[in-house]
Design a binder for this molecule. Structure first.
Ligand code: ATP
Ligand code: MG
Length: 351
């Protein structure tokens, strides 16, 4: 079980092995649920009542708690607990669980080492943070890394990591420090790379700016269901911060983001990387962003190279971070043939 969700006192769900199920457990009444919520949030020095009906907090063991009570929660108090994973998955785990292929992993590793700006996209609980953590593990130890999150979830093992966490407003409603504040501050800390746990607001504009001003190799996640939807989502987030014509936003996105990694929860509960795409520029005629899939899930069962060669592929080959065969679909990371016919799409250059 990695998640517990109290929807109503007699309606408690758990997520077990990726699937939601009714737990069969119950609290006696909403009053009892509410007093349990009070006890849990008191542990971390927080209070919940009618005037502050919402608490989002991290427990001493690292688990994430969200509690919301009436009048915000119409049907009664709700509690959501995400247990802190005792161990974060590695890329090998993701390959083992068929969430990633060896070839895809090799390609992403090369992208991270060669300082591509990567954006991980997926729905709620699809494994965005997990993927961000795995990708971060490829960052060379010599780099100065700053991580920024609402609640610290990333577990980086490099030596030189500055970990920043946002702070909610106090009872008087002041003293809040947002992701946005922390990204701005991080830029003054001479980072090599900035990793933002999730962009869900105005900070998207600061993140794009950071990526555009020499902090190559930065990474973040957004909530979207496809590489194409990421662009729509980023437009909305940027517009929360500044009035900008969509064309300018697209230009910023095009120069900031190199690679989009899409994660999807498949029917049956398996989470899989379903798309790895390049943001390859802007079409001079239509002014639309050009997005090319480098890998996708065309046959619905496995992530496969499309045959498209990203515009930045040459340095990856020269630096021996990648063998071209991976992108043709002839070989997997172990170098052996995967026994399937090569991708039907003929490899082609950008354009
Ligand atoms: N590839 C995977 N296969 C199976 N379980 C996974 C996979 N990736 C992540 N999980 C598990 O799913 C849960 C959610 O993962 P994670 O926190 O990475 O998702 P998220 O998309 O960041 O969620 P949120 O939208 O809440 O930020 C965790 O318990 C994690 O261990
Ligand atoms: Mg997350």
């Amino acid at each position: 079980i990695n998640e517990i969700m109290v929807v109503k006192s007699d309606h408690i769900y758990v997520e077990r092995d990726g699937l939601l199920e009714l737990s069969g457990r119950r609290f006696i009444s909403d009053k009892v649920t509410e007093s349990i919520i009070e006890r849990i949030v008191a542990q971390v020095g927080r209070r919940i009542d009618k005037s502050q009906p919402l608490v989002d907090a991290r427990l001493p063991d690292g688990s994430r708690v969200n509690a919301i009570i009436p009048p915000l929660a119409i049907k009664g108090p709700c509690l959501t607990i995400r247990k802190f994973p005792a161990h974060r998955f590695t890329m090998d785990d993701l390959i083992e669980m068929k969430s990633m292929t060896g070839s895809g992993a090799m390609f992403l590793r090369a992208c991270v080492i060669d300082r591509k700006n990567v954006l991980v996209s997926g729905g709620t609980g699809t494994g965005k943070t997990t993927m961000l953590n795995v990708l971060s593990s490829f960052i060379p130890h010599k780099d100065r890394i700053i991580t920024i999150e609402d609640t610290t979830e990333l577990q980086l093992h490099q030596d030189h990591v500055v970990t920043l966490e946002t702070k909610q407003a106090n009872v008087e409603g002041t003293g809040a420090y947002t992701i946005r504040d922390l990204v701005k501050n991080a830029l003054r800390m001479r980072p090599d790379r900035i990793i933002v746990g999730e962009c869900r607001g105005a900070e998207a504009v600061d993140m794009l700016q950071a990526m555009n001003t020499g902090h190559d190799g930065s990474m973040t996640t957004v909530h979207a269901n496809s590489a194409e939807e990421v662009i729509k989502r980023l437009e909305v987030l940027v517009l929360m911060a500044v009035e900008l014509p969509v064309v300018s936003i697209h230009r910023q996105i095009a120069s900031a983001i190199d690679v989009i990694v899409q994660i999807t929860r498949l029917p049956g509960g398996r989470r899989a990387c379903t798309q790895i795409s390049e943001v390859a520029g802007i079409d001079p005629d239509t002014h639309q962003l050009i997005i090319h899939d480098i890998y996708n899930f065309r046959d619905g069962t496995e992530l496969r190279p499309t045959g498209y060669l990203p515009t930045f592929v040459e340095p990856l080959i020269e630096k021996k971070l990648l063998q071209l065969e991976f992108l043709y679909g002839h070989a997997d990371a172990s170098g052996s043939s995967n026994g399937r016919p090569a991708s039907p799409a003929a490899p082609r250059r950008k354009g």
